[in-house]
Structure formats: structure tokens, C-alpha cells
Write a new protein. Sequence first.
Length: 399
Amino acid sequence: MKDEKKAPKLRFKGFTDDWEQCKLSDISEKSYEKNTDNKYSTVLTNSAEYGIVKQRDFFDKDIANSSNISGYYVVRKNYFVYNPRISNQAKFGPINRNKLDESGIMSPLYLVFTVHDIDESFLETLFQTTTWHRFMYQNGDTGARADRFAIKDSTFMSMPIKVPSLEEQHKLALAFQKLDQTITLHEEKKRQLERLKSALLQKMFADKSGYPPVRFEGFSDKWEQVKYGEIFQRRSKMGVSTPTLPSVEYDDINPGMGTLNKEPKSKGISKRGIYFNPGDVLFGKLRPYLKNWLFACFEGVAVGDFWVLTSSKIDHGFTYSLIQTPGFQYIANLSSGSKMPRSDWGLVSNARTFIPINHLEQERISSVLFGLDHAITLYEHKLEILNKIKSFLLQNMFI
């Protein structure tokens, strides 16, 4: 029989003692406190992605029936909650700690428990690992709903966990807190850039007056009203079949980001598609709300339901910027079909928009938006690296 691990692969310098095993019930108790007399009204939810949050913030409305919340459990600050609802992000349901600065209430479907004689942040991080998944798999009840994992509360509380000394717990908890803070900071900066880009896509393009609300200094001319069909030339017919050019398919594009999730390399096989040049714009007409678009920096073949857009009247970069505006997105999503909607070129080409007459203004606008795209992508890459680091440490610093 293989020996049980007594220490993780990675440890901070100075720690050599074996980790000790205990049951969750040794360091915690189930909380039975109910919301008697409706003392608390803030309903909480336990999200696999966001942790314990206010239900109104998560769903944009209250889901719980206010007349029935007296039977809900009270969740005070630093209480732990197990949510049996399973998802791709939480195979056996999430376990999170209430880090809000107030008490709230949760449905009796959740298991609420308090802890003692352990660093709360350490335990919270431990539950982000998969070390406890095997126990859940072996002890879960059969006949569970497809979206809910069934396990008795008493069985759950008997879960074995391994813990180091309190000093090592504190050090591990602090390290992951700092890593989480860095990830959160990068996520917020990325969101700020995305909000800025969204605002500029509305304000830097002309409204019905023919003038944009926000404009670079030195430009004052009224924009020209045109039809999209007058400025865009479209290629949509399959015609190219080549093993030497890189091909781009729907799954290769990161939706809404205009980036590829892998290097554009030739697959060495023949694929029929639409030929495109550097500077052309790929617009995914199938389910356009998914925002499968790409500014091509290389020669290749678009495989699937794409329009390849070019223009002899406006700057290539401005073409790419224009398809992202709310005006173009609105008309592109007026498509037929409910299951597999496609943008209608007849509607798009006859819809009207405004463009700057001065090509320099076009270039200035596209330059700003491309710069924001670059910054957003940079933060996206940093977040990928940070999350990979966290995943690696979770696998190797716990047992």
C-alpha cells in the first residue's frame, strides 16, 4: 500500500515537520442559527467564481421569497458555507468563507459552519485545491440531481484534512492572499480598460448630428453619412483550398478580444475558405453576438461563416473599429434564425453610418482603440500567467 503523503512537495524554508491529519469536525461546528423574526434581510449566495456575495449583486435582483426567509441560516463574517450545486468550476460544489463586512442569510440548502484552532484563510485556500475531492467522490450519496451533489451533513463534517503548524498555515495564507490581491488588481485594471474602450466606441463616433461627442483637437468637420455597403467590400464565398496558408476558424478567435488563442500556422491540410490579406477584417456572421472578429496581420484563409471586409474608402484600422461600434453591432445582430442566427448582408449594407472625411482622424481613432486592445490583451496574458502560477502552487503546497 502506498504511504500517505505527510508533507507537500513545495514548502517555505524552515518548515520540515509532517502535516497532521484531522477531521473537519475537529476544527469546526455546523451552525444552526436561523433568521428568527427576520432579523437579517441581506440574502447571500455562494458562487464558485466569485465566492460569497450578496444575491442582489449576483443576480441583479432578490431571488429569495421575503416571506420565507425566517428559515434561512444566518451567515456571519468568516463563517464557511458549502454549496452543493455543481458546475464546471466546482466539481463537487464550492466551499467559501464569508469575507463581507456584514452578516447575511442563506437558504437551508447550504451547509453553514464555523471553524476554530485553524487559520481561516489557510482553510479557505485549502478548499480551493482538489485535495478534498476524492473524499467527496467516495462518500457522496447516489441519486443526486444532475446539478446538485448529494452528501449528508454528518458525512461532510467527517472529511479528513491535513494541516501544518499554525505558523506555516499563516505563511501559506499570507502568500495566497497577496497572490489573490495581485490577480484582483489585474482583473480590475482590465475591466477599467474594457469600460474605457466601450465608452470611446460610443463617444468617438458620430451620432445623428454627424458630429462625435468626443473628438481630437484640430478636427471640426462634419462626418460624411454613407451606407456600410458603400465603404465595405465583402468577400464571403468559399473558394480557396490550400495546405500552405494558415487557416482561422471560429474556435481560434477569443470572442470580443480580436486575438487568436494560438499562433496562426499552416495545418498542412487543404481547407476551403475565404482568402484574406494583411489588413483585412474578419467578421463572424454566425451568431454575431459572440463577437468573433479579427484584424488580420497575416495572409490566410477564413474557414466558416465569416465575412472578409476590405475598404478602399476608409483606413483599415478604422474598418476594424467601426464594426465594434454599438451602431454596427445592432444592425449585425438583426439576423434571421433563432438557433443559428446569421447577420444579413442586405440589412447591413443598406444601413447608414457616419465616417470622418479626414483619413488622419480615422487613423487617430483606430490608433487609440488598437492601443487599448493591446493593453487589455497584455493584462489578459498576465492574468493567465498568474492563474497558472496559483494553480501550480495549489497543487504542490497542499496535501
